[in-house]
Design a protein. Structure first.
Lengths: 108, 430
């Protein structure tokens, strides 16, 4: 579950996406490898200026979904930092998703 | 070294005009500045009446000298003053006394200052026989050695930009309302330039405070450190540019966009001098949706280039992002969109204030021209819609930032909107 906060300057400035369940602890917000901003929102763009207003929020939601998966990979200690551009377009961690899925099934 | 000068306020001049033929004068004097202003004066031997000194004038404080006079005189007296002043000479006490019909006081051992006044209707008496009109007021130092002409500056009935009429469209410009987004070093210079042109209303918008590190480049001085930049600018402009109503808004155009949107209903032109791509994009979007023209000004590549862009809310003119896209489409990128640039207009403290002020003043010029052009002043048509100025050019940038000599300016047209642009879409022609 997540919140999307639309700033007054939307669509020129992207909405902020806040994960609510799970809600990452404050300590993680200071570590860039978790792709979190200091306010708890997701760091989904390398730079906020890369959002030009032409992009779709659907892309942001896809990236947020990818972040959720990478969050589990981090929690499971399968990776020590999230991928630079997110797993929606980066297949580097695809094999780990299957591994994590197996771990999860075994533990349940 | 300049001689003593008296500032004759409009109030003092009127008091002399209304009085009979001579009177006593009390001067407020600053010895270090060798300047005086009339503090009080009388009609003949009546008691002296106080004359207001303009608020915040430096002679609000000073030493009072009651030993001065004013005389009503014929035009020849003030013509003598004019010629003697030009020739750095003086006239004899006898000649001076002979030209004062009433109330003349012999200086004896105590010299005094005297203001001589020619009634307005009389200044042109005999003018048909001479080339010069007699000044209405003149100033003298009267001693036993003669009367020495001194400088006098008479406050005109009309002050400010109105004095530039009819050579400057004062009435049109007085009705203009301009929003300036960004009150930094470029914005501060733009604010002063806009007010100097005589715009009617200037709205300043910036949430930032003036910091010590701003001082080498900002138009505001150290007495404002810690204050909001918009308030500092407003305070300075209120002292010097009384033709312009300045309103300060401590909003951030990116965060407080709704407040800015509301403000645009009463704005003719927006000038954006805020640092960074985001504020420029937001201003471009707001301006376009509100059908208000905008001028964007910044320096790029750490001050190598000045960049000035005008955005008309017209169907054939692309917005700021459309222009960036058009640049990218032709293989060019604006310098600070290059990889590793940090995506900002310039890094802190890389550009000298002089260059920033130049860009700010040119932005103000373009904003004023944009407004006047819409009022039918065709001498205000600009050479293009996008200017690149070489300030400290560096080789290696792609066009249009490939200027190689300082001082080069190149103008470019505006590209059309790009398909799918959320800013330009569904806009009716203004």
């Amino acid at each position: 579950m997540l919140d999307m906060n639309y700033p007054q300057s939307y669509p020129i400035v992207p909405p902020n996406v806040f994960p609510r369940e799970p809600e990452p602890p404050v300590l993680l917000r200071t570590q860039h490898r978790w792709h979190l901003n200091g306010d708890g929102s997701l760091c989904l763009l390398r730079l906020p200026e890369l959002w030009t207003g032409r992009e779709s929020v659907t892309d942001l939601l896809l990236k947020a979904s990818g972040w959720r998966i990478e969050y589990e990979l981090m929690k499971a200690n399968l990776i020590d930092r999230m991928s630079e551009n997110g797993i929606v377009t980066d297949s580097t961690y695809d094999h780990l998703v299957e591994e994590a899925s197996c771990q999860s099934s075994a533990s349940s | 070294m300049p001689e003593f000068c008296v500032v004759l306020t409009a109030a003092a001049a009127d008091a002399i005009r209304r009085a009979t033929s001579w009177g006593h004068v009390t001067l407020r004097v600053s010895r270090s500045d060798r300047t005086g202003v009339i503090r009080a004066l009388s009609d003949g031997n009546d008691s002296r009446k106080q004359v207001d000194i303009p608020p915040k004038h430096f002679l609000q404080t000073g030493d009072d000298f009651p030993n001065s006079l004013w005389y009503r005189v014929p035009p020849e007296t003030n013509l003598y003053w004019l010629f003697a002043l030009i020739k750095y000479s003086k006239i004899s006490l006898h000649d001076f006394a002979s030209m004062v019909p009433n109330g003349f006081r012999q200086p004896g051992k105590v010299a005094y200052y005297a203001i001589t006044h020619v009634p307005r209707g009389a200044t042109e008496e005999g003018a048909e026989n001479r080339d010069v009109k007699a000044p209405e007021f003149a100033m003298w130092h009267v001693s036993s050695e003669g009367a020495v002409p001194l400088d006098i500056d008479v406050q005109p009935q009309q002050t400010g930009v109105a004095l530039l009429a009819p050579h400057w469209p004062v009435e049109d410009i007085r009705r203009s309302r301009i929003l300036l987004v960004g009150a930094g070093s470029i914005g501060g210079a733009a604010a002063h330039a806009l007010a100097t042109a005589g715009i009617g209303a200037l709205h300043l918008l910036d949430p930032g405070r003036l910091r010590w590190h701003n001082l080498p480049r900002h138009v505001c001085g150290s007495r404002h450190v810690g204050r909001l930049k918009v308030e500092a600018l407003r305070a300075d402009l209120e002292l010097t540019r009384t033709d312009t109503r300045v309103t300060a808004h401590e909003h951030d155009v990116v965060r407080d966009t709704n407040s800015v949107r509301d403000l645009l209903t009463e704005i003719d032109v927006i000038v954006c001098t805020a640092d960074g791509v985001l504020p420029r994009r937001v201003v471009s979007h707001l301006a376009r949706r509100a059908s208000v023209p905008a001028v964007l000004a910044c320096v790029l590549a750490d001050g190598a280039y000045g960049d000035l862009m005008r955005l008309w809310p017209w169907t054939d003119h692309g917005c700021y992002q459309c222009r960036l896209d058009a640049l990218a489409g032709t293989g060019g990128l604006i310098p600070d969109l290059e990889p590793g640039s940090g995506y900002r207009t310039h890094h802190a403290m890389t550009t000298v204030g002089t260059d920033l002020h130049l860009i700010g003043q040119l932005a103000a010029k373009m904003a004023i021209a944009t407004y006047l052009q819409s009022k039918g002043h065709h001498d205000q048509w600009f050479a293009g819609e996008h200017a690149v100025l070489a300030l400290r050019p560096e080789p290696g940038w792609s066009p249009p930032y490939d200027l190689i000599q300082a001082g080069q300016v190149e103008w470019h047209p505006a590209p059309p909107p790009r398909p799918g642009c959320p800013t330009c879409a569904n806009i009716k022609s203004a």
